[in-house]
Each structure stands twice: as C-alpha cells, then as structure tokens.
Design a protein around this ligand. Structure first.
Ligand code: SAM
Ligand code: CA
Length: 247
C-alpha cells in the first residue's frame, strides 16, 4: 500500500512537473514518451543532473529529458565535433552535447551566470566530459562579435544551440549564421514559447511569457524568410527550430 501510494504521488508530481514542458495534447502521452523511451535510456549522469536541477528554484529553465535525448541523437547523426551553446543554466543540454561529441570535440558554452553552471559541473566532471567544455561567463553577444572580428572562426561550427535571452535571438542569428559551417546546424530553443505564439494578444499569460512572445514571433518569421538556411520547427520540449546553413 505504502509503495503504491508513494508511486502515485511520484506520478502525480511528475505529471505536474512535466505539464508545462509538453506541447502534446495529453500529458499522459508525454509521460508515456518519458517512461517508455527516455528514462530507461537516460545515462546515469544525466539523471543525476536532472534530479539535482529539479531542486533548484529556477528549474523551469532546464531542458527536458526528451529534448536532451533528442539533442544527443541529433549531434551523433550529424557527427558534430565543434559546437557552441548559448544559455547553460545547470548544464543538462550541455551534458547531452558533451556525451554525444567525440573525445576531441569542443563546446564553447556561455552564460551570464557561473554559479548555476558550477552547480552541475561536478556531475559533468564525474561523467568524464568536462575537458570538452570551455565555459565563458558573461553575455554571449560581445563574444560572438569578437569572434567575427577575429575572422578565424567563420564557418567553423558544426552545431550551435541557442537557449538564452529570447529578445536577442535575432541578434544571435545575425552573427551565428557566419560562424556555423555551410551544412551545419543552429538550434533555436523555445520557439513555440509555451504555446503563446498562437494565443490571442489579450489572452492571460505569465508576465515573462508575454514579454518575450513578440521576440519569438519575430524570430520565427525572420527564420522562415531567411534564404541562407533550411528550417524545421519541431514540437520537442517547448519547440526547437533547426536551421541548416545552405549558403
Ligand atoms: N540550456 C539550459 C539547460 O539545458 O538547462 C537552459 C538555459 S536557460 C533556459 C537560459 C540561460 O541563459 C540562463 O542560465 C541565463 O543565465 C542565460 N542567459 C541569459 N541571458 C544571457 C546572455 N545575454 N548571454 C548568455 N547567457 C544568457
Ligand atoms: Ca529551453
């Protein structure tokens, strides 16, 4: 009885916890994906980092486990080696990336907050992949500007994951399109922005959802109209738009 009760409580907790992450029609279906395909194959270190992050007050920001699994497979499929991540938080997507790329692979990881990165770092170190990461603390935009000015980073990235300040995504895109290889990928995260992209302007929304909504809408239009890329918007996590540079 006790075990059953406990299990029910865990299920209910998880259901709530994942509710906002899912763009599927039913939370039960999302739970099915997690229980059937994601959790049974989630590496122990990713589970540890996910559970550690769940205790953090800003845990709503973390990449979901199904998206972590997706990123991990995507990176292997494209043989990504030289990668970048903008927006690290405690490092769940970073760890998914670090595990997917080869031993001599690299991730330039940027975040304005080092403290949260350092929270997850012991797990990443224990997994033996911290050597692939170069963490830069601070806003990403000036770093990108510097890289473009340097000239030697042009067309050098296989994969770039953007998961930070949504009001800068267009500014990131202007720079990243030069830094990613022709044939390489940029992934913009949260492009369905809590489903708010289709909500009427006067619909009730959390303050931050409303604030960033227009920026996400503008980005989605700009990406669809950009002839330098092919795009694919996937309802994974909170929506991810993959952009493959073609020229
Ligand atoms: N990818 C992370 C994960 O898997 O847990 C989640 C990233 S979280 C949604 C967004 C992060 O972007 C925050 O950690 C925040 O500190 C960072 N951020 C916000 N503005 C930034 C900026 N201008 N440059 C770099 N990072 C920024
Ligand atoms: Ca995200």
């Amino acid at each position: 009885m006790a075990a059953n009760g406990e299990e029910q409580q865990t299920q209910a907790g998880r259901h709530q916890e994942v509710g906002h992450k899912s763009l599927l029609q039913s939370d039960a279906l999302y739970q099915y994906i997690l229980e059937t395909s994601v959790y049974p194959r989630e590496p122990e270190c990713m589970k540890e980092l996910r559970e550690l992050t769940a205790k953090h007050p800003w845990n709503i920001m973390t990449t979901s486990a199904d998206e972590g699994q997706f990123l991990n497979m995507l990176l292997k499929l494209i043989n990504a080696k030289n990668t970048m991540e903008i927006g690290v938080y405690t490092g769940y997507s970073l760890l998914a990336t670090a595990l997917a790329i080869p031993e001599d692979g690299k991730i330039l990881a940027m975040d304005i907050n080092r403290e949260n990165y350092e929270l997850g770092l012991p797990v990443i170190e224990k997994a033996g992949v911290a050597n692939k990461i170069e963490f830069k603390e601070g806003p990403a935009l000036p770093v990108l500007d510097q890289m473009i000015e340097d000239g030697k980073y042009h067309g050098s990235y296989d994969f770039i994951f953007v998961d930070a300040d949504k009001d800068n995504y267009i500014n990131y895109h202007k720079r990243l399109i030069e830094l990613v290889k022709v044939g390489g990928l940029i992934g913009y995260d949260n492009t369905l922005w809590n489903g708010s992209v289709v909500a009427p302007a006067d619909a009730p929304m959390r303050k931050y959802v409303r604030y960033y909504r227009d920026f996400v809408l503008e980005l989605n239009k700009a990406l669809a109209a950009d002839p330098r890329i092919e795009i694919c918007m996937l309802p994974v996590g909170d929506g991810i738009t993959l952009c493959r540079r073609i020229k």
